[in-house]
Every structure is written in structure tokens, then in C-alpha cells.
Write a protein that binds this ligand. Structure first.
Ligand code: MLT
Length: 263
């Protein structure tokens, strides 16, 4: 299975992983600026955006395998910088568990290392069942949409809600159901963090309810070479809600003059 992708620029590869149930347009504002120094690879995950659904294993590990195959197809056998937003962060941590030596820089954006609580996992499984029974992803969109944007964006950027609904509607039912089950079943990656010695950046939205800044702070403290940036006036979708600040934060982190990245 081939993943649809945006592939821009030249230089060290930088893989951008979107969250659930979104697609690579999440990174639209970041791709061109980052492509000035890197080969930016922004795929649509299996069953999201323009990538077809495939099989029924949507565990974070299976999605990580898709990306290793994707990097092979794109002739990127060596190290790469990796940024994962939310579910993309869960997949980034599955990749970091699998092949830490390949990840030159790790960016965990609006995400968590911990597993779901039993209540959160049960809620995901209930939503997956409902979507499957109704043969419709609308219940999932309606459950996620109100929590994605922070109050500042909800007040100032009403168009974002419309754009997000359109983006979410591009996700296949199979992927929505599969990813809900995959996320409910994902392991606690907290013990992994202290073993990851690559330069690492955690980005959190100050108004994020899904991955609150306190979680970001704990992750950055657990990472041996971790940095934390909290993006003000942003909820869960920092790359859309505060695009310029998010882009600049990533550029600064990847810059060879950043002491953490140069180490
Ligand atoms: C995401 O943005 O990928 C999801 O909100 C993650 C989650 O539900 O845990």
C-alpha cells in the first residue's frame, strides 16, 4: 500500500505525522518553510486524507510499520527527523521504540506518552462501535470537533471549524474505527522516554484539553535531551491555530545552532 504524501525540499529527511482523524493538510503552513532546509515528507496515514484504507490492524505499531515501508519506498534508508502530532505522536513513539537509532530529532506535538485511562479507552471503543453500527463517522467527528480548538481560536477563527470538519470527513470509516481501537489499546510509553537520547522537543498548546501542557512538561522532563515550548492562545491544533509560532519553534529546534540539536 502506498501512502499519499507531500514530498518537498532537499536535505536531511523530516517526517511529519498528522493526528486523528486528520490528514497532511494539518502541516500546510509548515511544509514550505521547513523545506528550505529539509526534505519534508508529510504522508497521509493509512485510510486518512488521500491514502486508501487497508486491512484492519490500525495499532500504533502497524501504522509505524507503514511509515518504515514508506521511507523505504521514498529511498530514505538512513536517519530522519520526526514530528508527530497527537496520534502522530503515539506513532512517533512506536517508531522510537522500534528504531531509536534512525531518529535524529524527535518532536512530540500536542501528544501524550501515557496510555488511555480505562474510562477513556472504553469511551473510544463505544464510539468505534457506534460509528460501525451507523456506518458513519459523524458521531466521531461530533465527539472530537468541540475539543480540538482552544477558546481563543473558537472565538477568533470560526473558519477553522469548517475546514476541520472537511478534513475529518476525508477519513475512511475503516480508519476511524481502527484508529479508535488502536489508540485505546496503545501501551504506556512513559518508561521509553528516559531511554531516548536524541535531541527532543515537546510542543504543547496552552489551551489544549486533550494533551494539556502539564503532560508536555512531564514528557520533556523525562526525555534526557528534552526541550519544551508552550504555544500561547492555542488548543490541540497548534500547527493550525498558531502556524507561524509553531513553524518557528520547529525551525529553531532543528537549527544546527540549537545546542540541544547540535549535541
Ligand atoms: C488526535 O488529535 O490525534 C487525537 O485527538 C488523539 C487522541 O484522541 O488521543
Amino acid at each position: 500500500m502506498s501512502l499519499a504524501c507531500t514530498d518537498r525540499g532537499q536535505g536531511p529527511p523530516l517526517l511529519l505525522l498528522h493526528g486523528f482523524p486528520l490528514d497532511r493538510t494539518l502541516w500546510n503552513a509548515q511544509i514550505e518553510p521547513l523545506a528550505q532546509t529539509h526534505r519534508v515528507l508529510a504522508p497521509d496515514l493509512r485510510g486518512h486524507g488521500e491514502s486508501p484504507p487497508s486491512g484492519d490492524d490500525y495499532s500504533m505499531e502497524a501504522l509505524a510499520d507503514d511509515l518504515l515501508n514508506f521511507l523505504d519506498e521514498r529511498k530514505c534508508p538512513g536517519p530522519f527527523a520526526l514530528a508527530g502530532h497527537s496520534m502522530g505522536g503515539y506513532i512517533a513513539l512506536a517508531l522510537a521504540a522500534r528504531c531509536p537509532e534512525r531518529i535524529s530529532h524527535l518532536m512530540l506535538i500536542a501528544t501524550r506518552a501515557a496510555a488511555d485511562s480505562p474510562e477513556a479507552a472504553a469511551n473510544r471503543l463505544r464510539l468505534a462501535r457506534e460509528a460501525e453500527q451507523r456506518n458513519d463517522i459523524t458521531p466521531v467527528i461530533e465527539a472530537f470537533l468541540p475539543r480540538l480548538l482552544g477558546p481563543t481560536s473558537q472565538a477568533n477563527s470560526p473558519n477553522l471549524i469548517r475546514d476541520l470538519r472537511t478534513m475529518m470527513n476525508r477519513t475512511s470509516l475503516t480508519a476511524v474505527v481502527g484508529c479508535l481501537r488502536g489508540m485505546a489499546d496503545r501501551p504506556d510509553r512513559t518508561p521509553l522516554l528516559k531511554t531516548l537520547t536524541m535531541p527532543s522537543l515537546v510542543i504543547a498548546g496552552a489551551e489544549d484539553l486533550i494533551a494539556p501542557p502539564t503532560e508536555g512538561q512531564s514528557m520533556s522532563q523525562a526525555l534526557p535531551h528534552g526541550q519544551l515550548t508552550i504555544i500561547p492562545d492555542s488548543g490541540h491544533l497548534v500547527s493550525l491555530e498558531q502556524p507561524d509560532l509553531t513553524t518557528q519553534t520547529i525551525i529553531d529546534f532543528l537549527s544546527p545552532t540549537n545546542p540541544v540539536s547540535a549535541s
